[in-house]
Write a protein that binds this ligand. Structure first.
Ligand code: SF4
Length: 252
């Protein structure tokens, strides 16, 4: 019986060495991950406040959360004095990028909506022996043309590695969220919404049975490779966008 998360599948597809460094040999050099996780904590707090009807001044609320969460990442000694100028500059550039990100998020969330699920884990069988896990970041109900619709949202905070504009159409994480939602709630009619904080835009999408088939085949292949220790590491231009470039011995 194998249990694998959709994030692990994506990381293995990106590069098997990247998967190893991130999931089996984690180190603290992944600034991108830290920034993304911290921003998501703020977004979820914002959405929970929206759900509980306690979000009085949304921008003040999220600004405060960002300040608390980002400063909290630092050790006490680092708050007073950061020994490495490069590290301090990265922290500071991310702090400023984070302010831009939370303002964008607040603007994109301004439409009337009813939050249903926030940061909720799912688990779905792909085959008898493989279970895929993931997280529904946000599911909401909105009214469009007087019709109520469910929407599954994914929030991306960083630019994608290859600047591909139609990435959303092929985003496996969103496909997995849609597949799990369809199976677990026997729902057929819902929208997928991709929130690109970096590009400050929101796009609607959908998935077909062909996309779900592709997802299942990808998960099965990745599990097969991991279980049988098959790893084809082919360093190429992706290495220039990789957070582990400094510690990877296989880089281009
Ligand atoms: S630097 Fe290249 S080979 Fe190394 S983990 Fe990153 S993408 Fe893979």
């Amino acid at each position: 019986m194998t249990k694998i998360s959709i994030k692990e599948v994506l990381d293995f597809c990106f590069c098997p060495r990247y998967y190893e460094l991130k999931h089996t040999d984690p180190n603290e050099s992944n600034f991108k991950e830290l920034y993304d996780k911290t921003l998501h904590k703020c977004f979820y707090a914002y959405l929970r406040a929206l759900q509980n009807d306690t979000l009085k001044n949304s921008i003040e609320f999220i600004k405060y959360r960002w300040g608390v969460e980002w400063i909290k990442q630092k050790k006490n000694s680092e708050v007073i004095c950061t020994p490495s100028a490069a590290k301090r500059d990265t922290y500071d550039s991310k702090r400023r990028a984070g302010i831009d990100a939370i303002i964008t998020f607040d603007n994109l969330m301004s439409t009337p909506q009813c939050p249903i699920l926030i940061n909720k884990e799912y688990s779905i069988k792909i085959t008898r022996d493989i279970t895929l896990t993931g997280v529904w970041e946000y599911i909401r109900e909105v009214t469009i043309n007087e019709q109520k619709r469910f929407q599954i949202l994914k929030i991306r905070t960083e630019n994608n590695r290859f600047q591909i504009d139609d990435l959303m159409r092929h985003d496996l994480e969103l496909t997995a969220a849609a597949f799990a939602f369809q199976k677990m709630f026997t729902a057929e009619d819902f929208d997928l919404v991709y929130i690109d904080i970096y590009k400050k835009k929101m796009s609607l999408s959908s998935r077909s049975d062909k996309d779900f088939l592709l997802l299942k085949e990808t998960v099965k292949s990745v599990v097969n490779c991991i279980n049988n220790k098959i790893k084809c590491i082919s360093p190429d231009k992706k290495c220039f966008h990789c957070e582990y470039r400094d510690v990877c011995s296989s880089k281009l």
